[in-house]
Write a protein that binds this ligand. Structure first.
Ligand code: FE
Length: 188
């Protein structure tokens, strides 16, 4: 309820500064650093603002709900993509929330259609894949890629996997405040 009367960008900035500074499960970077790296890759690739925002916010679901990302690493699927998308939908349009919702499915898709993608997953990402349902079947992959925003989710998932560099120095959250504000206006 408090969120309804608080600037959502400040709520997000606060998450990045606090909860986000924790370890990113099984990886050498914090959750905030991981999401900032993903956003930087999206921006460098010339992605539209909504997809840059999706990359920036794709793992906020790890901060929410009774089952944490630590539980995910212990074998419980916390469905962080769904939780994050639902939470973000109070403020942002589908062009932001749907790639977030679909980014775990996009991982299962990529593992089904690209052998090299599966082979190059980090060990933590490979482990969580099994908790998340494993690679899609051919039929599931065919259905998935025709969903709205599936292509955006696939792009996001590639930046996601590439955003675990402990030596990277991505732009800070504040660099995205203007971009996020513009998207809030679209959602209103
Ligand atoms: Fe991620």
């Amino acid at each position: 309820m408090e969120d309804a009367v608080t600037d959502p960008i400040d709520v997000l900035a606060n998450l990045f500064a606090h909860e986000g500074s924790r370890d990113y499960f099984g990886e050498a970077v914090s959750q905030s650093a991981h999401m900032l790296q993903a956003a930087a890759l999206a921006r460098a690739a010339g992605a539209p603002a909504a997809l840059v925002a999706a990359a920036l916010l794709h793992d906020v679901g790890h901060f929410l709900g009774p089952v944490s990302g630590d539980d995910l690493m212990k074998g419980t699927d916390c469905r962080h993509s769904e939780a994050g998308a639902v939470w973000l939908s109070a403020w942002f349009p589908a062009a932001v929330t749907e790639p977030v919702r679909l980014h775990v499915a996009a991982k299962r898709y990529l593992c089904a259609v690209e052998l090299t993608y599966l082979a190059e997953l980090s060990s933590a990402s490979l482990y969580t894949l099994t908790v998340q349902g494993g690679p899609m079947t051919r039929a599931e992959a065919g259905t998935f890629i025709n969903l709205p925003y599936a292509a955006d989710a696939v792009a996001l998932r590639r930046w996601d996997e590439a955003s675990k560099d402990p030596l990277a120095t991505p732009a800070p959250f504040e660099d995205y405040r203007h971009l996020l504000l513009g998207l809030l206006a679209v959602a209103a």
